[in-house]
Every structure is written in structure tokens, then in C-alpha cells.
Design a protein around this ligand. Structure first.
Ligand code: NAD
Length: 315
């Protein structure tokens, strides 16, 4: 199998590339090292693939890359490249979200249509559901994004579906629920809280801390993504959640227990775009993909803490 992974130097993309190489794929990773966080961190994500003959990194943006050449001989595509983050998607930066999340997806889909790509797997997000859906969120629940970021993830997902329905492009979408684990992006809560425990600095919590999230370990996300690509129904959409639904306050208590460090919490106003709760119904993924998350939040946080404290990047 020859596989293209976009967003290969990112948190989830780098784990997926390692997993695919382990499975025997020849992987081409595409990433433009977007400045949403430190380039050095992204380079660090790829150190385990250094010298790996079955992995090649192409540094380019989707809109600038020679996609025709890049897709030659490629059997399947995992499209993870995006500008993530809810809070920074307001205001002027929305244009960047449109470029990286919507325009880039459309251009990639066109190229995959021409290249007759055999499988196109898109990394979508629980943010497509937004604030109004009942819990747990099911794939057929209403989609009503609550942030500009969510709007772009849903727009891209809709484009993916359109290319399946109109042109028969074999697509699958996976909706990730708050992913954590080694290499988590520095703007995300668990990484910020664990880093604060390590550095002895205070943590900022936006709102009352009673907002809850379905936290998903990155190893489970990689497994679910791979299964979706291999066994998912064409045109299908699957929730990939961790089954560990806790509030931020409960999360802080858990991080204190794992790290043995008392966290000093500084409370700030809730941020626009942050939904109150997410919770995945993974029944469809269980039935169609045999997906069951294996890592409990306790074990996942312990592994994440261990990797941060040791400077190790694996999972
Ligand atoms: P990340 O920022 O660590 O990785 C994304 C990578 O994509 C970055 O390395 C960036 O440089 C690259 N990129 C962005 N735009 C690009 C472009 N136009 N061309 C080439 N490369 C580009 O983010 P992540 O947390 O690993 O997220 C990966 C995917 O999963 C994203 O699509 C995101 O929307 C989705 N997702 C993530 C989460 C989560 O909790 N982390 C939850 C839901 C969905």
C-alpha cells in the first residue's frame, strides 16, 4: 500500500504515520509546518520516523503542492491537515481557517478524483455537532457548529460527502472527540495542565470548569481511523470517542492524582465557541468498524504524563 497522510507532522498525523509504517505501508507525509505552534515541536513529532525507508516527508501546503505527482501510485489518502483550535478561529484568522480547512480540502478532493484514489479518509471533528445537539451525539444528530472552526470542519465534511455522491470518490469521515496523549498540541487542556504540573506554574481554566468532554486517547484515534479506512462504509461518517466523559474540574483532580502535583487554578471567563459538553455515541463505529476504545482516561493520562516528564514522544 502507498499512502498519503496530510498533516503528517501534527499531533495525530505523526502517530498515524508511525502506525501505518509499522503495518507495512509506504507512507508519504505532507505538511507545511503551519505556525499554529512551534515548528520544533512538529519536527520532534517525526523523529521516530528518522531514517525510516518507508516514510518520506514532503514539506508543502496542499494548495502549493504538485498533487498530481504526489498522488501517483497512491492507494489511499488520510486527510488530517487543518488549522485546528476553536478559540482562535474568530476574527481575522478565520480566513486562514477557510484556506487550510475548506479550500485545501476541496483542492485535494479534486486531485483525488482525477487520480482515482481508492480510499479517502477525512479527519472531522465533534465540533460539527455544536451546542444544541442532545447527548450522546450520534452521527445522525443535527449538525450546528458553535464556532467558526466547527463551521469549516463541517464545510469540509460536506465537500467530502459531495465528492462521494457525485463522483463516487470512496470516502469515509471520522469525527474525533477531544484527542489527547503524547505530542498533544500545546494549546489543548490536558497538555497545558500536565505542563503546568511539570513546571509548577498556574493553570488557566476558562469558565466554571463544569464543561465536560469525551476525551479520546490518541492510540484509539489511530486505531479507529485505520479501521474506518479499511472497513468503513463508503460515504460513511463515524464518531470516534474515548468513552471517558469528565468535566474539566474532574480532569484537574485526575491530573493532580497522576502527577502528584497540586495545581494552582486561575479562573477566567468562558470563551466564545466553547461548547458545554461533548459525548460520543460510538455504536455505529463499534458495529461497522469493531471500534472499542481501549485506553481508560486514567491510563491515558498516566502515559501522557510519563511521555511529557521523560521528554519521550511515543505512545
Ligand atoms: P495539528 O495542528 O497538530 O496537526 C495538523 C497539521 O496539519 C499541522 O502539522 C499543520 O502544519 C498541517 N497543515 C495544516 N494546514 C495544512 C495545509 N494546508 N497543507 C499542509 N499541511 C497543513 O492538529 P491535530 O490536533 O493533530 O489535528 C489533526 C486533525 O484532526 C485536524 O484535521 C483536526 O481538525 C482534527 N481533529 C483534532 C482533534 C483533537 O482533539 N486534536 C479533535 C477533532 C478533530
Amino acid at each position: 500500500m502507498k499512502t498519503l497522510v496530510t498533516g503528517a507532522a501534527g499531533f495525530i498525523g505523526s502517530h498515524l504515520c508511525e502506525d501505518l509504517v509499522r503495518r507495512g505501508d509506504n507512507v508519504v507525509g505532507l505538511d507545511c509546518f503551519l505556525g499554529n505552534y512551534d515548528r520544533q515541536l512538529k519536527e520532534g513529532h517525526l523523529t521516530r520516523l528518522d531514517g525510516e525507508t518507508r516514510f518520506e516527508l514532503i514539506e508543502a501546503g496542499i494548495l502549493d503542492a504538485d498533487l498530481r505527482t504526489l498522488l501517483e501510485g497512491v492507494d489511499r489518502v488520510f486527510h488530517l491537515a487543518a488549522l485546528p483550535g476553536v478559540r482562535s478561529s474568530w476574527g481575522e484568522t478565520f480566513a486562514d481557517y477557510l484556506t487550510h480547512n475548506v479550500m485545501s480540502t476541496q483542492v485535494l478532493l479534486e486531485a483525488c478524483k482525477s487520480a482515482r484514489t481508492q480510499r479517502f479518509t477525512y479527519a472531522s471533528s465533534s465540533s460539527v455537532y455544536g451546542e444544541t445537539s442532545g447527548l450522546p451525539m450520534r452521527e445522525d444528530s443535527a449538525t450546528s457548529p458553535y464556532s467558526p472552526y466547527g463551521v469549516t470542519k463541517l464545510a469540509a465534511e460536506n465537500l467530502v460527502r459531495l465528492y462521494h455522491r457525485n463522483f463516487g470518490l470512496p470516502t469515509v469521515c471520522v469525527r474525533y472527540f477531544t484527542v489527547y496523549g503524547p505530542r498533544q498540541r500545546p494549546d489543548m487542556a490536558i497538555q497545558r495542565f500536565l505542563q503546568a504540573a511539570l513546571d509548577g506554574t498556574p493553570v488557566r481554566v476558562f469558565g466554571d470548569g463544569n464543561q465536560s468532554r469525551d476525551f479520546t486517547y490518541v492510540g484509539d484515534i489511530v486505531d479507529g481511523t485505520y479501521s474506518a479506512a479499511v472497513t468503513g462504509q463508503l460515504g460513511g461518517v463515524y464518531n470516534i470517542g474515548g468513552g471517558s466523559c469528565v468535566t474539566l474540574n474532574e480532569l484537574i483532580a485526575l491530573i493532580e492524582a497522576v502527577s502528584g502535583v497540586h495545581l494552582r487554578v486561575e479562573r477566567e471567563e468562558a470563551k466564545p465557541g466553547d461548547v458545554r459538553s461533548t459525548k460520543a455515541d460510538c455504536g455505529l463505529a463499534k458495529a461497522a468498524l469493531d471500534f472499542i476504545p481501549k485506553t481508560s482516561l486514567e491510563n491515558g493520562i498516566a502515559k501522557h504524563w510519563e511521555s511529557l516528564a521523560s521528554g519521550e514522544f511515543g505512545f
